[in-house]
Design a binder for this molecule. Sequence first.
Ligand code: KG4
Ligand code: ZN
Length: 349
Amino acid sequence: MLMLGIETSCDETSAAVVAEEHGAWAIRSNVVASQTAIHREWGGVVPELASRQHIRDICGVVRSALDSANVELAGVDAIAVTQGPGLVGSLLVGVSFAKSVALSMSRPLIPVHHLAGHVESLFLQHGKIPLPLVALVVSGGHTSLYLVKTPGSYRRIGRTRDDAAGEAYDKVAKLLGLGYPGGPIVDKLAKQGNDRGVELPRTRMTHADRNAPTVKGDLDFSFSGLKTAVLRHVRNRTAAGGALSDKEIADICATFQRVVVETLLDRLFESADRFGACSVGIAGGVSANSRLRTDLIARGERVGLPAFVPHISLSTDNAAMIAAAGLRNYHAGLRAGWDLNADASLELK
Ligand code: KG4
Ligand code: ZN
């Protein structure tokens, strides 16, 4: 079976063909057109520019995904598309395009949750994973822990109360004047710095959420305090005039990165322990982070828990993971009607 996946939730237009043979998935193509160069000028993603660029790119990206997979549109068995969450204008481009293709070719249309796609990137990369798995989805918009007891079931057991980890990276890079997107730049500079070079606090959630008292909050995350601590440090250092040296910037990046990675991994391994997980994994844009990847593997080996990371090309937004999640949904009997709409705040519970 051949699944065409389409992803346009944020600032990447992506299309992919994933084949399923005897229950195993194989990526036939995974084409991503990134809009980073467009948004960099504005210091972040501009939703209106993003949706307009998706419209320009979608036909060429889908054509290129079919060509690289060496299939015609008629050879595709079903179309999977990201329904949400994300930027509504961006999502609408993918949803409308996928609907048109599915309708005109008389193929089933499969709706996919973007974060389910990130979790499925782990299964797409590694095949079978010992279950239950605790997956940490860390991206520009989300930082959530999911318990996966059976393939295709996702129970959220932790989340961020404020900033997502990727958002914290982007904001810290911005206040250090490093440009957009912040994650890859901070990651690179962190390698040249001392990861104990500055004093930064770690936030520990130990109390239930005032707004949702039934939710036990001690597996939750909070990154806005850390971001504010970096801001305060930079203001104190530059109050008397003068700029930060390259060495100081590298030390801030390295320390910030250590605190983020330690916080993420502490919570991940703690939840694995609490829920009796047989494996852990990371997915989403921040899972491209070099320290997060190496520390995860090292820690997994130390405690004897298999730890999984997707290939970098499957960490950041891509349509192969959407096609994979589409195959999962297809077999579960999920089909979208022609009234499928984008949902900017779609929940995956
Ligand atoms: O999953 P993704 O591509 O898009 C969303 O769904 O949000 O994640 C994008 C986020 C951005 O915040 C970016 O700064 C971050 O992933 N990111 C990284 C790295 N590469 C991308 N964060 C830390 N280290 C990296 N190497
Ligand atoms: Zn994403």
